[in-house]
Design a protein around this ligand. Structure first.
Ligand code: GLN
Length: 539
């Protein structure tokens, strides 16, 4: 059977949750037994996200194969519970570097190479190749940006041409604003956006309406009239407390069955359990057991920079029955010399987390927060940079090496974190770090071992620097536990404190956390923080 396609795009504005709609559709089709995977196109000319600033673009997500991709891939993997690879991420950079390489190879001898048909043909070829190689029943293609952008215009054109030869169903995600004073949902922006879509030769089969609340009957009918669709094809996507509610919201409006019908898919053996689960809103059973977590980082002003960290905390809170509050703390704040009492900033939090990051800005503040956690026995979780700083803090304040630091930040006599020899020679940027899934060996009897419950684990990585082996013995002698290394014992993977819950990993376990199976380190961290909060309440 040939793969069929669902195209998810927006013709009004971006940033309204197309990724979550795409992921929800993939999840719904998977429940009905179809092999359904998402593919995302991003129009920027970067080859991948590796060189982007998380402050501007949100988190750089890492796949098992080491690809550095858009944060939407995190949403996809969390919703569908399957691992994706680089073929599912298409960018303007990849398309154009391939077309130019082909031209240089002589693939187009004698012709002038043009956007149509050469680039559009290449786009179609890549889409079809990936979907056929994976034997997909359905590929859900998300178009980044907005229809009408110059950046994605050739991609949209390629989809129009694809629809001439393959089954393509189009889902347009729009926004329906409401003027508070009048209390009326306005459809005009959607009407105008629809015109733009039709100008490109595309006609939606479903319109998903992002709005603060469900659509009024009148609103739904008006959008149906202007789009020539039945009112049942105008779908509510109202604001909710949790993104994980969306599959249930869409399924309750029969989008699952309507899509199967529209795609003309043969009925498969459905997974009854998964179909039943679609109807359940996982965020409905929020507990009242409060837990406050401080995330101390340098990109905290844009929460999207830490999207997977946030989601991994949410998954663990749902599993542990906690009412989670994340306090995002700008680490630079703690560096201010006028700032005397770190307790003032961290008060009320029963867990402290330092996430990944690059560059020295804010690291001294993070080190202060880690010291505060260790000395006050507040549960601590360090991720990548957070693990490196945990090691530096220990070297400074327990080993007495005042100038201990990372070679990434400064030239120091005590680089307890340093660059690996093979990384030192690398001068190019992009995909040049220790990236993707790496196996680690855990030492029995350690906290890490009790958390993972096994000796061999695999987590995703994205970093250049490592714990300096020259300091390992001294750290261990003074009580720091090195609980996991690479299987050859050469690189430190996890470190721990002995006296209280404190654990740092060189990896990013947040990338593999799922609502149904939270990342083990996060889950135990949340449980330790809940216990700490309970004890505090007793005092
Ligand atoms: N900047 C550090 C390194 O490159 C940590 C990276 C990270 O936290 N992802 O090793």
């Amino acid at each position: 059977m040939q793969t069929k396609y669902v195209v998810v795009l927006g013709s009004l504005l971006s940033g309204i949750g197309k990724g979550i709609v795409t992921a929800s559709i993939a999840k719904m089709l998977d429940a009905y037994g179809y092999n359904a995977m998402p593919l995302k196109f991003d129009g920027y000319l970067n080859y991948d996200c590796g060189t982007m600033n998380p402050f501007r673009h949100g988190e750089v997500f890492v796949l098992d194969d080491g690809s550095e991709v858009d944060m939407d891939f995190g949403t996809y993997e969390r919703f569908i519970g399957k691992s994706l690879d680089k073929a599912f991420s298409l960018t303007g950079g990849k398309v154009f570097s391939e077309i130019i390489a082909k031209e240089r190879k002589g693939d187009f001898l004698g012709t002038d190479v043009q956007i149509i048909p050469h680039v559009t043909d290449l786009v179609m070829e890549k889409i079809e190749k990936t979907s056929e190689e994976r034997k997909l029943d359905v590929m859900i293609i998300e178009v980044g940006g907005t229809v009408g952008d110059i950046e994605n215009s050739y991609f949209v054109e390629a989809l129009r041409q694809l629809a001439l030869k393959r089954k393509v169903v189009i889902v347009d995600v729009t926004y329906v604003p409401e003027l508070q004073a009048v209390g009326e949902q306005k459809t005009k922006p959607t009407q105008i956006a629809l015109r733009g879509l039709m100008q490109e030769g595309l006609r939606p089969d479903f319109i998903v309406c992002r709005a603060t609340r469900r659509l009024d009957d009148k609103t739904r009918k008006k959008i149906a009239l202007f789009s020539g669709l039945s009112p049942s094809a105008i779908i509510d996507d109202n604001d909710t407390n949790s993104i994980y509610s969306l599959p249930a919201i869409l399924a309750s409006q029969n989008l699952d069955k309507m899509l199967i019908d529209k795609l003309g898919l043969e009925l498969k053996k459905t997974n009854d359990e998964k179909v039943a689960a679609l109807k359940v809103d996982p965020s409905a059973n929020i507990s009242t057991k409060k837990v406050n977590i401080a995330v101390v980082g340098k990109y905290v002003n844009l929460h999207d920079s830490y999207a997977s960290v946030k989601e991994a905390l949410v998954h663990s809170a749902m599993a542990a029955g906690a009412d989670l509050k994340i306090n995002w703390i700008e680490s630079e704040l703690m560096e201010d010399s006028s700032f005397k009492n770190i307790d003032d900033i961290l008060r009320g939090n029963s867990g402290i987390l330092v996430p990944g990051g690059f560059g020295s800005r804010g690291t001294e503040g993070m080190i202060k927060a880690i010291r505060h956690a260790r000395e006050n026995k507040i549960p601590y979780l360090g991720l990548c940079l957070g693990m490196q700083l945990m090691t530096i803090e220990y070297a400074r304040n327990v080993l007495g090496l005042d100038d201990a630091n990372s070679a990434e930040f400064t030239d120091t006599k005590n680089p307890v974190i340093h660059i690996m020899e093979e990384q030192e020679k690398v001068t190019t940027k992009g995909a040049t770090m220790r990236l993707g899934a790496w196996e680690a060996k855990i030492k029995p009897g350690t906290l890490a071992h009790s958390i993972y419950g096994k000796e061999s684990i695999s987590e995703r990585h994205r970093h250049r620097y490592e714990v300096n082996n020259a300091y390992r013995d001294a750290l261990v002698e003074k009580g720091m536990v090195i609980s996991a290394t690479t299987p050859d014992g050469n690189l430190v993977e996890i470190v721990e404190w002995k006296d209280s819950f404190g654990i740092g990993t060189q990896a990013h376990p947040e990338f593999k956390s799922r609502p149904e199976s939270p990342a083990p380190l996060f889950l135990q961290f949340i449980k330790a923080a809940m216990e700490a909060q309970r004890m505090k309440a007793l005092v």
